[in-house]
Design a protein around this ligand. Structure first.
Ligand SMILES: [Zn+2]
Length: 256
């Protein structure tokens, strides 16, 4: 119980840091200095106005100084991060699996929201966390149950497969639609997913992502009548979906 609360609080604090990463990494700003400040009036945010989730509601979503609206992304990412850390503690228990999958999922969160807001997936996330997936391969429970090869090979081929699939999709998309369909950010991002999920599950994520993207794309078309559709968030959702439902999905595929 105490640990459960600890991981909710830790998740909230890390979520707050992920928000800084989402805002600053695409701009190539430091995530350490300067301290938190309002993006409009530049006033430093005092500690009591910087409490995850809570401060957003106390301030009613506005900066104390200039009343500029604070993005709903802040409490959203903080809650999401708290949910990840506390539920991963429940699922994986206290140990190396929980740590690595939490870092992986935190990376997915930063990539998804950066891509959503700026259409950029920072290299610090994809290339920065990828080596951890390779190191983790020896302890990765997914590799032990779904693959028979050496875990290091599964992870490396996974990264390569992910990158190659998105790269080829981009090349094909350019031929067919005569415009840039996939950015290089997506290529590196899918390499990260492959390093943590291995080649079979990264292929699975690749084929599942369009279902999420398509449902949102249709909604977007009806609601806003535009085609805004960064692909990173849907790759991230698909990766988490595959991580948790891999057995059920594979059962269904082999049953057909
Ligand atoms: Zn302000």
């Amino acid at each position: 119980m105490i640990l459960q609360i600890f991981f909710i609080v830790l998740g909230l604090i890390i979520g707050s840091f992920l928000n800084v990463c989402i805002y600053r990494l695409p701009k190539e700003e430091s995530v350490v200095t300067p301290g938190s400040h309002c993006v409009k009036c530049n006033k430093p945010i005092k500690w009591f106005d910087n409490i995850p989730v809570l401060s957003f509601f106390i301030l009613r979503g506005k900066c104390r100084g200039c009343k500029e609206k604070i993005s709903k992304r802040y409490p959203l990412v903080e809650s999401l991060s708290a949910l990840v850390f506390s539920s991963y503690y429940n699922i994986f228990g206290l140990g190396i699996e929980m740590i690595f999958f939490s870092i992986f999922t935190s990376g997915l969160i930063v990539a998804a929201f950066s891509d959503w807001e700026t259409r950029l997936i920072p290299d610090e996330v994809s290339l920065g966390i990828l080596p951890l997936g390779i190191v983790f391969s020896f302890f990765n429970p997914v590799f032990q149950e779904a693959y028979s090869q050496n875990p290091l090979v599964v992870s490396l081929i996974g990264a390569l497969t992910g990158a190659l699939m998105i790269y080829l999709t981009g090349v094909l998309g350019k031929l067919v639609f005569k415009k840039e369909a996939m950015g290089f950010g997506d290529v590196k991002f899918m390499a990260l997913i492959g390093a943590f999920l291995g080649y079979k599950l990264v292929i699975l994520s690749y084929f599942i992502a369009p279902f999420f993207a398509l449902s949102y794309g249709v909604y977007r078309k009806i609601r806003y009548k535009d085609d805004y559709l960064p692909y990173g968030p849907f790759l991230a959702i698909a990766a988490v979906f595959v991580l948790f439902f891999r057995e059920k999905i594979l059962d269904v595929i082999f049953y057909l």
